[in-house]
Design a protein around this ligand. Structure first.
Ligand SMILES: Cc1cc2nc3c(=O)[nH]c(=O)nc-3n(C[C@H](O)[C@H](O)[C@H](O)COP(=O)(O)O)c2cc1C
Length: 374
């Protein structure tokens, strides 16, 4: 019998589906709903020490629809981290752990480039009993103007240093959430792991501009007629997320074999999750999918992932983690493999022509018989 239950970095989860940091983990009410619906863990909306500096605008989302307008395939947001005071979050983290003591609640944290600030936020959250930390090094809009978020995630030296500070202060597992807005994702990831993060989460949103209104010439989402590039998520980003998870997993497998990966980006089904796990993810996170389909989508996702496992007789998620990584190679190797296959086919064809010429009435029965054997 297959099971979705997993243990990752010491956290026991009923399944590998985690609510990603964002609107689906924006306060205790919705976090409780996520646990009640059966999500494996929740990563709360990112918090910082001084929420008064976080000022959101409206509208802050823009959607890309399929041609028939029936489906949202891409989603831009220019939403910042949580604008709720840390004091309220601390109370809610405590209440959440009282109500759901055996469920994993992970605090997503972000701070300025100061050791004392990172120490303080880790310690204040840690006292509430949260089960782990995710370090948001990856929000691509707004916060980088204050040298936070992806401004840190793009700089391996800073990443290593900040992960080191957090690892020194944290008594719980620490995951670094990586930005996809870099050319080579392995470099910052390596730095975060060297700094002491137990795991990495990827990807956060991809910097984007959703579109331009052809009547007003204003780009969207338009706030008082202006905009700023935002973060792209949902189904459209899945191929990019899969590629980055594959690159990171290949590196982690050889250089940091005891570290973990949480895959994120466009996951909406159990089959999507299976693909991320086949490419090396230990867990998967969902944000926009929950905003599109509601918390209840965890049920079909679990059923689909279990059906995949049962079909292939995998007992645990670990049994197929990274199984597809071995099927990546260089383009030059693809060319060699194809040339070898074509040469073998040609040789087989030549052989069959030769043996055709050998057909004759005396050996006809023997030759017919030989063709029926494997
Ligand atoms: C509206 C919105 C707000 C988000 N806020 C946060 C955040 O506060 N912290 C964070 O680490 N990621 C945040 N994210 C990024 C998501 O956690 C996730 O990495 C990204 O959206 C890709 O996954 P998805 O396609 O499942 O949404 C946000 C995403 C969206 C769409």
């Amino acid at each position: 019998m297959s099971t979705l239950a997993i243990t990752v970095d010491g956290l026991k989860l009923p399944n590998p589906f985690i609510i990603a940091s964002g609107p689906p983990g924006t306060n205790l009410n919705v976090i409780a709903k996520a646990f009640q619906e059966g999500w494996g863990a929740v990563i709360a909306k990112t918090v910082s020490l001084d929420a008064s500096k976080v000022i959101n605008v409206t509208p802050r989302y823009a959607k890309l629809f399929s041609n028939d307008k029936q489906e949202v395939v891409g989603w831009e947001n220019i939403e910042l981290i949580s604008d709720r005071p840390l004091k309220i979050w601390i109370e809610e983290f405590k209440k959440c752990k009282d109500r759901f003591p055996d469920r994993a609640l992970i605090a997503s944290i972000m701070e300025e480039y100061r050791k004392d600030a990172w120490f303080e936020i880790v310690e204040r959250c840690q006292e509430t009993g949260v089960d782990g930390f995710e370090l948001n090094f990856s929000c691509p809009h707004g916060l980088p103007e204050r040298k936070m978020g992806s401004a840190m995630g793009e700089d391996p030296e800073i990443l290593e240093e900040v992960c080191g500070w957090v690892a020194a202060a944290a008594k719980k597992p620490v995951w670094a959430k990586m930005t996809p807005n870099v050319t080579r994702i392995e470099e910052p990831t390596r730095a975060a792991l060297r700094g002491g993060a137990q795991g990495v989460s990827l990807i956060n949103t991809i910097r984007c501009v959703m579109g331009v209104n052809l009547d007003t010439f204003r780009p969207e989402p338009s706030v008082e007629g202006y905009t700023t590039p935002g973060g792209y998520s949902s189904k459209a980003v899945k191929p990019i997320a899969l590629r980055m998870v594959m690159e990171v997993a290949s590196m982690v497998r050889s250089e940091f074999p005891d570290r973990t990966i949480s895959g994120i980006g466009g996951i909406e089904t159990g089959e999507d999750a299976a693909q991320f796990i086949l490419l090396g993810a230990d867990t998967v996170q969902v944000c926009t999918g929950v905003m599109k389909f509601g918390y209840e989508c965890i049920k079909p996702m679990q059923e689909e992932l279990l059906a995949f496992m049962e079909k292939h007789q995998f007992e645990t998620v670990q049994d197929f983690k990274g199984k597809s990584l071995d099927f990546f190679t260089s383009h030059a190797d693809l060319v060699c493999r194809q040339a070898e296959r074509k040469a073998a086919q040609k040789a087989a064809a030549a052989k069959s022509v030769r043996s055709d010429a050998e057909w004759n009435s005396e050996s006809f029965v023997r030759q017919s018989d030989s063709l029926s054997r494997p």
